[in-house]
Design a protein around this ligand. Structure first.
Ligand SMILES: Nc1nc2c(c(=O)[nH]1)N[C@H]1C(S)=C(S)[C@@H](COP(=O)(O)OP(=O)(O)OC[C@H]3O[C@@H](n4cnc5c(=O)[nH]c(N)nc54)[C@H](O)[C@@H]3O)O[C@H]1N2
Ligand SMILES: Nc1nc2c(c(=O)[nH]1)N[C@H]1C(S)=C(S)[C@@H](COP(=O)(O)OP(=O)(O)OC[C@H]3O[C@@H](n4cnc5c(=O)[nH]c(N)nc54)[C@H](O)[C@@H]3O)O[C@H]1N2
Ligand code: SF4
Ligand SMILES: [Mo]
Length: 736
């Protein structure tokens, strides 16, 4: 008998590189091709096809579950990759390949020139929640520490920034207090501004599991102007007018007050600001709330009754809440309800933001926004700056004392000609930022636009001078943190294509070439991680006990995980009533504020920044499809995904279609104050009259471009600086 030439290969364990659920994947190497084996009859025939992905049963966050994006990721890794640095003097010229030496020389020269002419504030980096924590950490260390510019921002500004601001304002620190087990333990789940079924599919299936098993299922209530796959499965759907979430939340508060459902013991012991909040809630009578939200009073009352009667209430939210000019206030509105009813810090209860990107959480932990420093610190705090400067090995005063430019401020700075370098990494802002026509004009004004990318042909590449080929997930080692504060080591198991390098290694090499040899000499990503976790000691996000080695040996771990914690002993919930896990206790219902109390906020609702008017009578909202990931640079390469949603569709309610002379399948112009796009109409009962929906996925370089963000505006929440990417006033016209 011939020996088996292919003993079954050991899978590599990693975290899915798509959404913030952070499912565990097992990756299996390509099988040796049977053709090659038969014809050559030699052992070790050339592997054929892509790596295969399947769910990792040992991953505590997903227990073997995956969705179609995770399952197909293997197919996307090889196609259309950038393999060498590319350069052009100006954007009307073609790119030419250059060496890494050539690329670094150009970067160093422009950084020196900019600092000499404009000071460090002329440098900006725009990164991504798709970085590993090590990439993120070194980009920050380079810009904020070595170069003295806090202008490091990330696409999390468009995504989780309102959650960061909201948690910090209400609870004293960033950090989602809940965990996925809470999905199994809640009696009422409020899904507000989240299409969980399409965007966090594995969590949604977990929510439905108890129902399938005929156990006491949680009541699901969805708040969304659109009917979605999420609301289809709900017990109650409140199709509110866009931008009225805070009104609704205050209305629930009003009815909880009326019903005597406030936990006065909890409020008195652990919060402040109740009197003002109760006064504000009094004003939000059901009549007024339902009139503004455009919903039936019976539905509002039913939701309030459910809240009052449920032993454990869990609120899940994502972009319908965060992407709003009052996003931080709406987050506080959710947290208010939880605090006032004692629904936090125990099983099945709490305010739980669902993180979008696979490592947006890690980005927050390493300080990856313009106002932050590692370990949930802030640049405005002199003590925080001093500890980070010491840890990084830079002189006192190296870190600038004021927050840097958030991404839209970077765009405005380019408009004024104030940036000498704009370095974009692991994001595609020429699709994902609002007001794209204005963005294009601004970016064209910057003398050196650098793009670190894995794939060729992104829209942002059209405006870049220097393109750096990045090794992506599977080709570099690093750590990501998912929505429930769980870290997974993502090992390297394939070679990067051509000359591509890990982002962290690019930032480190540039640091050394700029003269910071000691601060940027690392032999591995594991060493970068060790340095980072040292900055979390004693902070809310303490993970000083973690290392690549521990994660490799014992699997994914949740923080808090202070030094000395045993594997598996990280804390599932923050602000619980148990004993203190470590000195910076979040236990015993203590909150990391000056007096240990959480803060209730009485913010009056403002509504949409650009409300519909006579000229632009409809509200356009923009979101996602199950089978696509953002600007499709990766997901567009998986055939099964591409065929799920072959084209972008404009969802219009029958009454609006009739008013605008549109029929199903016709093409329509969608026009806003900033631009117009053409899209195929799908007439649907499921969308609220007065509201239309477009997907965000199809940028200018797609075969059927539909630049939704050419229509959107940049007006943002003043606290989080997160733009209102969920709403702009538009009008429709049939294409003649
Ligand atoms: N398939 C898929 N999954 C993804 C992603 C992806 O690209 N594709 N991206 C990931 C990322 S980064 C993110 S941030 C998340 C986003 O996840 P979600 O936030 O769930 O997704 P969106 O489709 O952007 O928006 C959610 C819903 O908000 C509703 N909405 C619009 N305006 C309002 C409003 O005023 N109030 C309320 N209550 N709701 C409103 C929209 O109708 C939409 O159904 O998904 C993650 N998962
Ligand atoms: N109107 C509207 N606009 C929105 C949204 C919305 O809901 N409505 N959502 C917003 C949100 S929440 C988000 S998160 C953004 C997302 O928007 P983007 O961040 O612009 O979208 P992606 O397509 O995920 O871009 C990530 C890029 O990084 C590349 N990449 C992948 N891995 C690596 C790596 O390891 N290194 C490097 N250097 N590159 C890599 C990918 O090829 C891809 O091109 O869009 C925002 N824009
Ligand atoms: S739910 Fe999210 S993390 Fe899980 S497999 Fe799907 S895309 Fe990946
Ligand atoms: Mo996001």
């Amino acid at each position: 008998m011939a020996p088996d030439p292919s003993p079954s290969p050991q899978p590599v364990r990693s975290q899915c590189p798509y959404c913030g659920v952070g499912c565990g994947l097992e990756m299996l190497p390509p099988r040796p091709s049977s053709d090659a084996a038969a014809s050559s009859n030699v052992e070790g025939a050339a592997p054929a096809g892509p790596w295969q992905a399947r769910g990792d049963r040992l991953h505590p966050s997903s227990r073997g579950q995956v969705c179609i994006k995770g399952a197909t990721v293997g197919e996307t890794l090889d196609q259309g990759r950038l393999t060498t640095p590319l350069w052009r003097q100006s954007i009307d010229q073609p790119f030419e390949p250059i060496s890494w030496d050539g690329a670094f020389d150009r970067l160093v020269a422009q950084i020196r020139r900019t600092i000499a002419q404009q000071g460090p504030a002329g440098l900006a980096i725009y990164g991504s929640g798709q970085f590993f924590s090590e990439d993120y950490y070194l980009a920050n260390k380079l810009l904020k520490g070595a170069l003295g510019s806090n202008n490091f921002d990330a696409n999390s500004r468009l995504c989780m920034s309102s959650a960061v601001a909201g948690y910090s304002r209400s609870l004293g620190s960033d950090g989602p207090p809940c965990c996925y087990d809470d999905l199994d333990q809640a009696d009422l789940v409020l899904l507000i501004g989240t299409n969980t079924a399409e965007c966090h599919p594995v969590l949604f299936q977990r929510l439905l599991k108890r129902r399938r098993q005929r156990q006491a299922a949680p009541q699901l209530v969805v708040v969304d102007p659109r009917a979605t796959a999420t609301s289809d499965a709900a017990d109650l759907h409140l199709a509110i007018r866009p931008g009225t979430d805070l009104v609704l939340l205050h209305g629930i508060g009003h009815l909880l007050l009326e019903a005597g459902a406030i936990d006065h013991g909890f409020v008195a012991a652990h919060t402040e600001g109740y009197a003002e909040l109760a006064q504000l809630w009094q004003l939000w009578t059901p009549e007024r709330v339902c009139d503004l939200c455009g919903i039936a009073e019976a539905d509002l009352r039913r939701l309030a009754r459910l809240w009052a009667a449920s032993a454990a209430v869990l609120s899940l939210w994502s972009m319908g809440v965060n992407q709003s000019r009052e996003g931080s206030a709406t987050v506080a509105g959710i947290v208010n309800l939880h605090l006032c009813t004692g629904q936090i810090g125990r099983e099945g209860a709490g305010p739980f933001s669902l993180t979008g990107q696979p490592n947006a959480m890690g980005g927050r932990e390493v300080g990856g926004l313009a106002q932050l420093l590692p370990g949930y610190r802030s640049v405005a705090n002199p003590g925080h700056r001093a500890s980070v400067e010491r840890h990084w090995g830079f002189a006192a005063g190296s870190i600038a004392a004021t927050p840097g430019l958030a991404v839209w401020e970077q765009i405005e700075a380019m408009e004024r000609g104030e940036l000498g370098l704009w370095w974009v990494a692991a994001t595609n802002p020429l699709v994902s930022l609002p007001s794209l026509n204005r963005v294009r004009a601004a970016v064209a004004n910057c003398p050196l636009v650098v793009l670190s990318e894995a794939y060729a042909g992104s829209e942002t590449a059209s405006l870049a001078h220097l393109i750096l080929p990045a090794a992506q997930w599977s080709e570099k080692s690093g750590v990501m943190t998912n929505s429930e504060r769980r870290l997974t080591l993502c090992p390297s198991f394939r070679d990067p294509p051509g000359l591509a390098r890990p982002d962290w290694a690019i930032f480190a090499e540039l640091g050394r070439r700029l003269g910071f040899v000691e601060q940027f000499s690392y032999s591995s990503a594991a060493e970068v991680f060790d340095e980072f976790v040292g900055l979390t000691t004693g902070r809310v996000c303490d993970m000083a006990g973690l290392s690549h080695a521990l994660l490799a040996a014992h699997g994914p771990q949740q923080w808090p995980f202070p030094a000395g914690t045993a594997a598996g002993e990280g804390w599932p919930r923050l602000y619980g009533d148990g004993p203190a896990p470590f000195p910076a206790a979040t236990a015993g219902h203590r909150f990391p504020t000056a007096n240990g109390r959480a803060r209730l906020w009485a913010d009056p609702p403002l509504g949409l920044a650009e409300p519909p008017c006579e000229r632009y009578p409809l509200v356009l909202t923009v979101g996602r499809y199950l089978g696509h990931w953002h600007t499709m640079s990766r997901s567009g390469k998986a055939k099964r995904l591409a065929s799920m949603h072959p084209e972008p569709l404009l969802e219009v309610h029958p009454s609006d279609a009739e008013r605008h002379g549109l029929v199903d399948g016709a093409m329509a112009w969608v026009q806003s104050r900033r631009g117009q796009v053409c899209a195929k109409v799908v007439v649907r009962q499921s969308i609220r009259p007065g509201t239309v929906f477009l997907p965000m996925h199809w940028g200018a370089n797609q075969p059927q471009p539909c630049e939704a963000n050419a229509l959107m505006h940049e007006l943002a929440c003043p606290l989080s600086k997160q733009p209102e990417l969920k709403a702009a006033a538009v009008r429709l016209e049939p294409v003649k």
